[in-house]
Design a protein around this ligand. Structure first.
Ligand SMILES: [Mn+2]
Length: 323
């Protein structure tokens, strides 16, 4: 639960800002883009005299370009005296991809607000609005808007509902709480374009995406530890013409293998191997598993990134010939 006092302090901080810079994490997903745009529009309405600058290191994936305002996302922050910064859905500075190129964003004297639902959040900002019980950052943004009496327009509701949907896998994941359904009802009442979201996010797949998923599915192997594991190499991305963002969602198919403790997809990108881990079980903590590789996340959905590349290993075993 969020502290109402912290929400009030945030609004005081925002009202003192000359400009408002809103950020989400790099390689943005539906929750990151939805919260980024939803919050930016809320701020523009609440503080019409203040410039609101919308920032993300990377472009949003094609599937999210239907959201209003994606063309306003810029990639290079230029901080000025009097700026107030907001970070969304980002558990730590490095996830913005800007911590090295723009270390000034995270300096001690910066006026910043951190809105997130990752339990691993490092509370790196001046004010930290962290609710690990929330299923998405968008859910928290909707809640803050209601606490502060900010009007949620239909465009804002569409942005926020996108994050609520994507971070719950279309209301299917175990994080789909009573509060998630309440938020959905709230956003539908505000006029969210629910069918547009469903169409673009869950019912649209480019041929390159389907081909990439084909490779993921073909390469599933079951490990001794009870994991359904697959991997995609740089070569797979090149051969299918898919980009990294198109891998999103494929892991749910690995999770469908019965009896597994967890599922994992390893993918090569930019000289790194990224691991995404999921589990459907209550007695497995994938955030802890990811932590062993310097990663983090939630108990049921986590990830890590290691420098290097993938090397496939085929294991052969000689057995008795009983044919
Ligand atoms: Mn999220």
């Amino acid at each position: 639960m969020l502290n109402l006092d912290d929400i009030r302090k945030s609004s005081e901080l925002l009202s003192r800002g000359q400009r408002l810079l809103v950020f989400c994490h790099a390689n943005p997903d539906g929750d990151a883009v939805g919260a980024l745009l939803g919050m930016s529009f809320l701020l523009e309405a609440a503080y019409p005299e203040k410039p609101v600058i919308i920032l993300c290191k990377d472009e949003p994936p094609e599937t999210l370009k239907f959201l209003p305002g994606t063309e306003r996302i810029t990639h290079e922050p230029r901080m000025q005296e009097g700026d107030v910064l907001l970070f969304l859905d980002s558990a730590e500075p490095k996830l913005t991809g800007l911590h090295e190129s723009h270390a000034e964003l995270f300096a001690d004297n910066v006026q910043s607000i951190n809105i997130d639902h990752h339990p691993t959040n490092s509370n790196f900002a001046r004010i930290n609005l962290i609710d690990p019980n929330a299923a998405s950052a968008c859910e928290i943004v909707a809640m803050i808007a209601d606490v502060l009496g900010w009007d949620i327009t239909s465009d804002i509701a569409t942005c926020l509902l996108t994050g609520v949907y994507t971070d719950t896998g279309g209301l299917l994941h175990s994080n789909t709480s009573v509060q998630v359904y309440r938020t959905v009802a709230r956003l539908l009442r505000a006029g969210a374009a629910q069918q547009e979201i469903v169409k673009h996010v869950f019912r649209t797949a480019k041929p390159s995406t389907l081909k990439l998923w084909g490779r993921v599915l073909e390469k599933i192997s079951i490990t001794e530890e009870g994991g359904a594991v697959s991997a995609v190499t740089k070569g797979d991305f090149a051969a299918t013409g898919a980009d990294y963002s198109e891998l999103t969602g494929a892991i749910d198919y690995l999770n469908a293998v019965p009896g597994m403790r967890f599922s994992m997809i390893l993918s090569e990108r930019d000289g790194q191997v990224k691991g995404s881990i999921r589990t459907l079980r209550d007695d497995v903590d994938v955030a802890e598993m990811a932590g062993k590789f310097d990663g983090g996340g939630h108990k049921k959905a986590a990830g890590f990134a290691l420098p290097g590349k993938l090397k496939s290993e085929v294991r052969w075993k000689v057995v008795e010939d009983d044919s």
